[in-house]
Each structure stands twice: as structure tokens, then as C-alpha cells.
Design a protein around this ligand. Structure first.
Ligand SMILES: [Zn+2]
Length: 77
């Protein structure tokens, strides 16, 4: 299997997928945008099952943007 090259390109973290019965690379998808936070869903890249969720508060988003703007482009949604 040559998933090593794919993994490098995806730049994703891995989570345990119940369907695949192993830790698989995940895709992050913006699920819901609220005034005070955003909710992201993690999808298994192997079978597209939802394997987890993450909530990012508004304060964390600001921190992320400042960190991203430190040298590189700033992404403001
Ligand atoms: Zn899976």
C-alpha cells in the first residue's frame, strides 16, 4: 500500500475509525457556524464516516488567525 505519499499530501491528523477498525487520516469539514464558535466535523478519508467533532471558540479562531498571519497569509473568513 502506498498511502504514505497520500498521507503527506493530506496534512491531516489521524483518528480511530470504528468502521475501518483502525486509525485513519481524517478530513476536516466545517459543520456549523455560530456567533461564538464554529463546529468542525472529522470525516474518515477511507470510508467518509464521521469520526469526531471539534468546537473552535471565537477566541481560539482569533489566535489561529494571528498565528497564521505570522509570516504567511492571513485567512479571514
Ligand atoms: Zn473509516
Amino acid at each position: 500500500m502506498s498511502d504514505r505519499a497520500q498521507f503527506g499530501r493530506l496534512r491531516a491528523s489521524t483518528l480511530f475509525c470504528a468502521d475501518c477498525k483502525q486509525a485513519t487520516p481524517v478530513r476536516e469539514r466545517l459543520l456549523l457556524v455560530l456567533p461564538e464558535k464554529e463546529i468542525y466535523e472529522y470525516l474518515c478519508t477511507e470510508c467518509s464516516a464521521s469520526v469526531g467533532r471539534r468546537e473552535v471558540s471565537a477566541a481560539q479562531q482569533v489566535m489561529r488567525r494571528e498565528a497564521a498571519g505570522n509570516g504567511r497569509q492571513v485567512r479571514i473568513l
